[in-house]
Design a binder for this molecule. Structure first.
Ligand SMILES: C[S@@+](CC[C@H](N)C(=O)[O-])C[C@H]1O[C@@H](n2cnc3c(N)ncnc32)[C@H](O)[C@@H]1O
Length: 480
């Protein structure tokens, strides 16, 4: 699951002028104005806009317009910022004809629809009203660019936007626009694993491959060596050509990022789902140091390799026995290796439990795209902060992963502590998602600059229960 931003952040903007994020965004924006052709400068600005899209305003529009089709930049990073910055000019969904005219003339809006998964509720409202008008008033021929962009958007989001019976009835008469509603599903591959949970998980991702992404940044801001150095002087130093494992790589976003982050490394990425791997192979084509394999992480020892760095993000809590899967990974960790693990937090996922309760009977039906759209419709009408404002809420694959997963076994801090001990690991650093969290944690635990005091971050989470909505993220090494 991707990071879930706390809800209602737009409202906070006016009151926040001096936080670390405001300063970082201002610095990144000035740097872009001075050196827009520098890829690292562009990446830095994109990263800042992705961390705090709520801080975007019209002054960021030139930068976003310049970056949106840049093949070296991941456009998902500023998709939300783009819609927030456009927000005051966004047309009224109650007048879809005027909205269609506005969108059709607006290159940045068209590019946002074509290049990124729309993950902004206000934008979705306008765009679905326009889509309905184009269909029912048979206007697609008059707005070919906008109609084509909406077809592309549905391919990206899996057809996540709800629609009504009138639209469904009109679809057969407009076959060219059908794909703006019902994009072709991926060719779901079989899932022939023995363990029932593993089989069910592979089947889910076979139909709804995850995560949804288009392209990765060509430039990374920090090398892997720098990232590990930031974990303290006792963090392992990786060899010049490290052997890296990504366990449960899904559609390959993080494997691709890592392969670029460490160009001298060999990155092996393993995954259960053939469908996810097909997407990954297409997106990561040409990345010579990345090898994508269909392999169950329980059997990772069969690869016959030791890895200097292992990344396993958003996977272990979907295993039949997460600690057993974690142990399998520790079994292939090199003696001076490091491991990065991300796990669901039971506490941060309480809003997900609330959303599931709100869905009531829908939760008991077999999952389909129609069911996902029905669930979205219900939650759009009665939003649940931290669920309906999460990026995952805006695609069918994301909603399946977020709300309808076939198996999840969440963690809390005491369980993580027990696992670290039992697996013979040592915590190097615990990740806090935003500079504001890091600043607050510093106040609570000034003795713990590296975020290693498990009791302190347990206390921090109790006081700030949505902190780890984007998962607990930690870097570990062997205890001895
Ligand atoms: C939520 S996705 C995370 C994907 C990726 N790590 C990321 O964060 O972008 C979980 C992935 O783990 C894969 N997975 C689950 N169990 C697995 C197993 N036993 N072996 C390999 N992959 C597994 C799933 O098929 C799915 O693609």
């Amino acid at each position: 699951m991707a990071a879930l931003p706390p809800g209602g952040r737009r409202a906070m903007v006016a009151t926040m002028t001096d936080t670390p994020s405001v300063k970082r965004l201002a610095a990144a924006t000035s740097a872009w104005r001075a050196a827009a052709d520098d890829a690292a400068v562009r990446t830095r600005l994109a990263v800042q806009l992705s961390r705090r899209p709520d801080l975007a305003d019209a002054s960021h529009l030139p930068a976003i317009a310049a970056m949106i089709r840049d093949p070296e930049i991941d456009p998902a990073q500023f998709e939300r910022a783009g819609w927030v910055a456009l927000g005051p000019a966004l047309p009224d969904p109650a007048d879809p004809q005027a909205a269609a005219l506005w969108l059709d003339r607006h290159d940045l809006a068209i590019a946002l629809i074509e290049e990124t998964q729309v993950a902004d509720a206000a934008a979705e409202r306008v765009l679905s009203a326009v889509r309905r008008w184009l269909l029912l008033d048979r206007k697609t021929g008059a707005f070919p660019r906008l109609a084509a962009a909406l077809v592309r958007q549905a391919a990206i989001n899996g057809g996540a936007w709800p629609f009504d019976a009138e639209e469904r009835a009109a679809l057969p008469a407009t076959p060219d626009f059908l794909a703006a509603y019902l994009p072709a599903p991926p060719d779901a591959a079989g899932a022939d694993f023995d363990a029932p949970v593993t089989r069910a998980v592979a089947a889910q991702y076979g139909r709804w491959p995850y995560p949804v992404w288009q392209r990765a940044n060509a430039v990374t801001l920090r090398s892997l060596a720098e990232t590990l150095r930031a974990c303290g002087s006792d963090a392992p130093v990786l060899p010049d050509r490290p052997n890296i494992l990504v366990a449960g790589c899904g559609t390959g976003r993080e494997a691709m990022t890592l392969a670029r982050l460490a160009p001298d490394a060999t990155v092996t990425a393993i995954e259960l789902s053939d469908t996810s791997l097909t997407v990954a192979r297409a997106r990561c084509a040409g990345q010579a140091n990345l090898h994508l394999l269909r392999h169950d992480l329980h059997a990772v020892a069969e690869l016959g390799q030791r890895f200097d760095y292992i990344v396993c993000s958003g996977v272990l809590h979907h295993l039949p026995d997460p600690e057993a899967g974690w142990a399998a990974l520790v079994g292939v960790l090199a003696p001076r290796g490091a491991m990065q693990v991300a796990l669901y937090s039971r506490i941060a996922r309480l809003p997900v439990a609330a959303a599931r309760m709100r869905l009531g009977a829908l939760m008991r039906e077999p999952v389909s795209d129609d069911l996902i759209r029905a669930a979205r419709r219900q939650l759009i009408a009665a939003p649940v902060p931290s669920v309906t404002d999460s990026r995952d809420f805006f695609s069918t694959a994301g909603v399946h992963d977020l709300l309808f997963h076939v198996h999840e076994d969440c963690f809390d801090v005491p369980r993580i502590e027990r696992a670290i001990d039992a697996l013979g690991l040592k915590l190097l650093r615990f990740g806090l998602p935003t500079p504001e969290d890091a600043a607050r944690y510093r106040e609570l635990a000034p003795h713990d600059p590296l975020h290693r005091d498990v009791a302190a971050w347990h206390a921090y989470e109790m006081g700030h229960p949505s902190t780890f909505a984007g998962m607990y993220r930690m870097t570990l090494t062997r205890a001895s």
